[in-house]
Every structure is written in structure tokens, then in C-alpha cells.
Design a protein around this ligand. Structure first.
Ligand SMILES: NC(=O)c1ccc[n+]([C@@H]2O[C@H](COP(=O)([O-])OP(=O)(O)OC[C@H]3O[C@@H](n4cnc5c(N)ncnc54)[C@H](OP(=O)(O)O)[C@@H]3O)[C@@H](O)[C@H]2O)c1
Length: 298
């Protein structure tokens, strides 16, 4: 059993009573292969969740379209009744086809059903935070999000949702949402090698809005870099730990939700919060993205 450890300090979502440890947990890996059906090892999935919470994690990111339903059902099985202060964040706006594809589910009734599905499968009466997930699989697109975000704002007024966030969005979409209702977090694709949102993170920090990077370890294609390997060997850590520590040191409003299906990786990831990267190492690590940008244009 893991003792409670330092998890990178805390972050309070703007204008809320929600305070989370900066090292959280993303539950997508708890479903089966291709985020579909039950996990290969259901007991391990339960162990991962319980150990995360025992170690002090109080921020779990999920969605009812993981599985679908499976991930939320495992969270409920492992952790319900939930400890005080545990913040479960979900996302709506996507769905799954019978062929395991990822589809949009942004119509009014689809969004209402999705929030109800999350509440039922998690065993909650209200969600702490719901993110509206829009855009494509690999990045945002510029469609208006006024209609779907207005639906979520109504659900907030009805008390089914306490706070709202947005996911896979551009700056313009974020501003559009902020005109409708307060946004407490933005969940976009970002990691040491993929830094499109560098400027946005700074703007959000000024507003005390949490920036929650998805794919912090590269997601479906794990981060690989000789620079990361070198830093890891210098620190007697693993490359994944360095990638997470870099994110924690990148900006104070970055809140992490690395995903794993294994207790071993969970322990490794949580311990990353204890790593300190010096300025020279950070400068060297920053060049991973520069190289990525060079490769992208060449
Ligand atoms: N808003 C969105 O559109 C969106 C999209 C994707 C994800 N998300 C959220 O973001 C969370 C994080 O993203 P993610 O889980 O897709 O990707 P991730 O955290 O970048 O990486 C997860 C992958 O890394 C592996 N891994 C984890 N820890 C490791 C370690 N210490 N050493 C080696 N491999 C390790 C996992 O495999 P093992 O299971 O074997 O550890 C898994 O394959 C998700 O869980 C989900 O909640 C949101």
C-alpha cells in the first residue's frame, strides 16, 4: 500500500471550493483495448483506483464513453461512497460507434443523456465538473460551441453539474464558452513534445483556470526521446517521470491526469511529483518540442 506522498502541491479551480492535488489520475486506460469493453484485468483496475486515492490523489478524470460505461462503473465499484474532497471530472460531447469508432454526440438530448449516464454509472447526484469535448480526434476545429455549451449551462442551472470546462478547444471557442458560463478548466492535447498551447496556458494561469493536458505521456503513441532518456538517467528516474515533472514545473495552473492500467506505472507516475528539474535540464528538455517543430516543417 502506498503512503500519502507529495503530489506536486494543490490547485484551486477559479471561483470554486474545489481544490485538487496537481498530480491526479486519468481513467481512460481502465477500459479494455481501444478503450472498449472491460479491462483485461478488472482486479488490477480496482487496485489502481484505490491505491491512487490512498496515495492522496483527489482528482480523477473520466468519461462515460470510455468502455462505454465501463470506466465509470469501475470507479463506482472501487471508490463509492466517495471520500470527501474527491473531485471526479467527466466529459461529454463524444460517443462510440458499434465499430469502436469515436463519434460526435453534441445534440441537445445527447448531452443531457450523457450527463445522466455519468451520474447513474458513477452513483452521483451532481457532477463536480463536466467538460464539453469538441473537435476532432487529433486536435480542435473552429466550429461554434455556443449551442452545446448553452445546454451544459442549463444543466448547471438545474444543479446536475457544479462547474463547466471545455476540451480540445481553440482560444476562440474558449472565449465563446466564457460568454455563456464560467469555465474552470481547459483540457487539451499537450505534452513535452506537443506544445501548441504554450501561449494559452499563460493566459489561463492569469485567470486561475486549470489547464489539464491530455496525453501527457504521449497517449496512444508513447513519448520517445533521447533527451528525455538522458535526463532520466541523470536523475535516476524514468523518462515518463521526467515528462510529468516537466509539466508540473511548466506552469502552476497545470493539473495532471496521467493514465495507466497498472499499479506499477501509477506508483512511478505519482513519484514524479517529487522530482526537481534544474534550469539547465529544463532548457535542454524544452528543445524536444523545438526539434519536433523543425521536423514538422521540414
Ligand atoms: N479530452 C480528451 O479528448 C481526452 C483524450 C484522451 C485522454 N483524455 C484523458 O487524459 C487522460 C490521460 O491520457 P491517456 O491516458 O490517454 O494518455 P497518457 O497519460 O499520455 O498515456 C497513457 C499511456 O501511457 C502508458 N503509461 C502510463 N504510465 C506509464 C509509465 N510510468 N511508464 C510507461 N508507460 C506508462 C499507459 O500504459 P499502461 O496502462 O500500461 O500504464 C498508456 O498506454 C486519460 O486517461 C483521459 O482521462 C482526454
Amino acid at each position: 500500500m502506498t503512503k500519502e506522498i507529495d503530489l506536486g502541491g494543490s490547485f484551486r479551480f477559479a471561483n470554486t471550493s474545489l481544490t485538487v492535488k496537481r498530480m491526479g489520475y486519468g481513467a481512460m486506460q481502465l477500459a479494455g483495448p481501444q478503450v472498449w469493453g472491460p479491462p483485461r484485468d478488472p482486479d488490477e483496475a480496482v487496485r489502481v483506483l484505490r491505491e491512487a486515492v490512498e496515495a492522496g490523489v483527489n482528482h480523477i478524470d473520466t468519461s462515460d464513453f470510455y468502455g462505454p460505461h465501463v470506466t465509470n462503473q469501475i470507479i463506482k465499484q472501487a471508490l463509492h461512497p466517495y471520500a470527501d474532497g474527491l473531485v471526479i471530472v467527466t466529459k461529454v460531447g463524444a460517443g462510440r460507434g458499434a465499430d469502436k469508432s469515436w463519434t460526435h454526440a453534441l445534440a441537445r438530448q445527447e448531452l443531457i443523456d450523457a450527463v445522466q449516464d455519468n451520474l447513474r454509472n458513477l452513483g452521483l447526484e451532481a457532477m463536480d465538473v463536466v467538460n464539453l469535448r469538441v473537435g476532432g480526434n487529433t486536435g480542435p476545429s473552429e466550429e461554434s460551441i455556443e449551442e452545446p455549451f448553452t445546454v451544459l449551462a442549463e444543466l448547471k442551472q438545474r444543479g446536475l453539474v457544479r462547474h463547466l470546462g471545455v476540451s480540445n478547444v481553440t482560444r476562440r471557442q474558449l472565449s465563446e464558452a466564457q460568454k455563456i458560463s464560467e469555465v474552470v478548466c481547459v483540457q487539451n492535447f499537450y505534452n513535452i513534445a506537443h506544445r501548441v498551447d504554450d501561449g494559452l496556458i499563460v493566459e489561463l494561469a492569469r485567470q486561475a483556470i486549470a489547464y489539464v493536458p491530455f496525453f501527457p505521456l504521449g497517449g496512444f503513441s508513447a513519448l520517445q526521446s533521447a533527451t528525455l532518456d538522458r535526463a532520466a538517467s541523470t536523475l535516476q528516474a524514468t523518462p515518463m517521470q521526467v515528462a510529468l515533472a516537466w509539466l508540473l514545473q511548466r506552469a502552476p495552473n497545470i493539473v495532471l491526469i496521467p493514465g495507466t492500467s497498472s499499479v506499477k506505472h501509477l506508483r512511478e507516475n505519482l513519484k514524479a511529483a517529487e522530482l526537481q528539474l534544474g534550469p539547465e535540464m529544463i532548457a535542454e528538455l524544452d528543445r524536444i518540442a523545438d526539434r519536433g517543430r523543425d521536423a514538422a516543417v521540414s
